[in-house]
Structures are given as C-alpha cells and as structure tokens.
Design a protein around this ligand. Structure first.
Ligand SMILES: Nc1ncnc2c1ncn2[C@@H]1O[C@H](COP(=O)(O)OP(=O)(O)O)[C@@H](O)[C@H]1O
Ligand SMILES: [Mg+2]
Length: 207
C-alpha cells in the first residue's frame, strides 16, 4: 500500500530524515514512535502525501505522487487525517462539520457513523459545547466519513486524558478490524498495545 526507498528530508539546509525505507501493508495498525523532534510528523506528512520528500522514492497505492493526476480527489477518496488539534469549525455543528468533509454519496452515512462512535446525541451541538474527548471523536468521524483506505493520525490523543485516549485508540483498532490501514505517530507508548507494526524514529532515522 505504501513503500518508501531511501527517503530523506531537509528543511532548508537542515536534514531531518535520513534514508528511510519502509513498507506499510493493507490492514496494518502502524505505530510510529519517537521522542519529540525525531521526525515523526515530517515522515507522517510525507506518507500521507502532504509533503514531498527532498530525496528518495515514495509510492502510495503503487503510484508515485507525480503520477496521481488529481491529488485532492485522491486524498478525499483514500486518506483520512486526524491531528492533535481537531481543527473543527466552531460555527458549524458536529453534524455540519462532518457534512462539510463528506463527498455527496457518503452524506447519508453521517448519522450511522456518529452512532458507531457514540456521539450521535451530540450531532446538533457545537464544538465548544462538547468535551475534548468528544471533539476528537468528531474529528475521527470526519476522517472516517468517506471510508478512506488509510488513516493518518498525528498525536491524535496529545490533548486527551488516558480514558479518552483509550477510546480513540479502540475506535482506530475497530477501523483496522474492518480493513482500514491506520498509521499513528505518537510519543504515547500506550499505542503499542493496539499496533500490529512498530516503527521507532531516533534523530530522523528508523531503528
Ligand atoms: N516546517 C518546518 N521547518 C523547519 N524545521 C522543521 C519544520 N517542521 C519540523 N522541523 C524540524 O524538523 C525536526 C523534526 O520535527 P518533526 O517532524 O515535527 O518531529 P516530531 O513530530 O517527532 O516531533 C525538528 O528538528 C523540527 O524542529
Ligand atoms: Mg510531531
């Protein structure tokens, strides 16, 4: 599903990733661990097509990024993103936030998805009327609504307590059971319990 060969990345003159080669197969729950500054977010951005590596080869779904003619559409259809800060729109209800991201033929599934995530009763509320854990579940719903093949989550529980973190990981594990590929970058070692594949970054290198 994803394959990289010797990718390196520089911000200006500063090299932050060094010759990384890895493979992610369909249905895996990948845990990318490492200390702050080790390069997790940079690598995740590359794997999720948001950032082009300075050097090396990157394939997603057997395509080079340059070969994907409509990258927006490719992302919308195939990739779900979850970040540490939920980036929900405060002026839209929970339901509307998800509807905004949903492609037309998936809009009919919003209520069912909210129910599966245990937040259907929050559909009409606004982000500032719900808890941090609930907001992150809404962000997860937004990532899932188009039924992506792969979900990338960067520190998805960075602002949550351990109880809410566990809920988010369990929901991600459920996605994996249903065939979705999940890649979580986090310094929270709790993710280990759920992962089927572990990658560790140290100073821009994979251990
Ligand atoms: N946009 C950027 N511009 C310049 N340097 C950056 C940028 N993003 C990250 N870095 C640097 O790259 C290194 C790796 O950062 P990052 O990928 O965010 O690691 P992590 O997610 O593991 O904390 C750090 O030294 C960080 O300061
Ligand atoms: Mg990071």
């Amino acid at each position: 599903m994803i394959k990289t060969s010797n990718i390196s990345h520089f911000y200006g003159k500063e090299q932050v990733l060094y010759d990384l080669s890895l493979e992610i197969k369909e249905g895996e729950f990948v845990f990318l661990s490492g200390d702050s500054g080790s390069g997790k977010s940079t690598l995740l951005s590359i794997l999720s097509t948001l950032l082009k590596p300075s050097r090396g080869e990157f394939l997603i779904d057997n395509f080079h990024m340059d070969e994907i003619s409509n990258l927006d559409k490719f992302r919308q259809k195939n990739i779900g993103f979850v970040f540490q800060f939920h980036y929900l729109i405060n002026y839209l209800s929970v339901y509307e936030n998800i509807a905004l991201a949903a492609i037309d033929e998936k809009k009919k599934n919003i209520s069912r998805l909210l129910e599966q995530l245990g937040i259907l009763e929050l559909a009409k509320r606004y982000p500032n009327e719900i808890s941090g854990g609930q907001r992150q579940r809404v962000a997860l719903a937004r990532a899932l609504i188009n039924e992506p093949k792969i979900i990338f989550a960067d520190e998805p529980t960075g602002s949550l307590d351990s109880k809410n973190s566990a809920i988010v990981y369990e929901l991600l594990a459920k996605c994996v059971k249903n065939g979705t590929t999940v890649v979580v970058a986090s310094h929270d070692m709790k993710v280990e319990e759920y992962a089927t594949k572990k990658l560790r970054m140290v100073d821009g290198k994979l251990q």
